[in-house]
Design a protein around this ligand. Structure first.
Ligand code: BTN
Length: 244
């Protein structure tokens, strides 16, 4: 349920702001949207480029009674829900790249960052950050370190208000259902949109690269990889196409 909606012309990061608000008691269902982020953050310590009015940048604070250990797969479920909302709001063939990149035409269209605050057991404050490139300026490419695209370049750029509403309509009910049902309800959709399935990939882990064929995801969100030594599962890491 939406408890509070804050729309800002500028913020350092919508997710950082909600993590701070969580420490000060902000209610579950607080949403922060910004026209521009000056220090947007991506996964794995990367920065996230969010120039004025060019993308959808929003974060949702959600409080749940589960410890962080029970939230495996949440970011994949959010990815599937956002991809569904996007496909309905804009005629773009969106795919997913594990764990939760939104892909169009083989390039990155958006991403999801899930950050947790809390103890190993007991309640957790979760901040789900969603960034979707809508109509990026031509010069934006210099600040992005991977092949990227936006909705306008893919031939569809719905009004960002409509997009925000569609994304929130998909994500807020998901957060209510997730503690009880986990990834299961979104897993078939995730696997249908899986851009890596059946492809030869390299998973870059802390212990080095592992090659294999991507075979979808486990119920807890782990990536399944068929390697010469058998099936392996990865809970974290970065995936690239082999040879790419
Ligand atoms: C990724 O690396 O793919 C995740 C990118 C997440 C970006 C969004 S934009 C809104 C929210 N606020 C942030 O600082 N990051 C997330």
């Amino acid at each position: 349920r939406l408890a509070r909606l804050e729309v800002l012309p500028e913020v350092d990061s919508t997710s950082r702001r909600l993590l701070a608000a969580a420490r000060e008691g902000a209610p579950s269902g607080t949403v922060c949207l910004a026209e521009r982020q000056t220090a947007g953050r991506g996964r794995r310590g990367r920065s996230w480029c969010s120039p004025f009015a060019a993308s959808l940048c929003l974060s949702v604070l959600w409080r749940c009674d589960e410890g962080p250990g029970r939230l495996g797969g949440l970011s994949l479920a959010v990815g599937a829900a956002v991809a569904g909302a996007l496909r309905a709001a804009a005629p773009v063939a969106v795919g997913l790249k594990w764990p939760n990149d939104l892909i169009a035409g083989g390039r990155k269209l958006g991403g999801i960052l899930v950050e947790l605050q809390g103890e190993a057991q007991g309640p957790t404050a979760v901040v789900v950050g969603i960034g979707i490139n809508v109509r990026m300026p031509d010069g934006a490419g210099e600040a992005i370190d991977q092949p990227w695209t936006d909705l306008a370049r893919e031939g569809a750029a719905p009004p960002r208000n409509a997009l925000a509403a569609a994304v929130l309509d998909a994500v807020l009910p998901l957060l209510a259902r997730f503690p009880g049902e986990g990834l299961a309800p979104w897993r078939p959709a995730w696997e249908r949109l899986d851009a890596l399935r059946g492809r030869r990939v390299v998973v870059h882990t802390a212990d080095g690269p592992v090659q294999g064929v991507a075979e979808g995801v486990e119920a807890d969100g782990a990536l399944r990889l068929r390697t010469a030594a058998g099936l392996r599962r990865f809970h974290s890491g970065e995936v690239s196409l082999r040879g790419a």
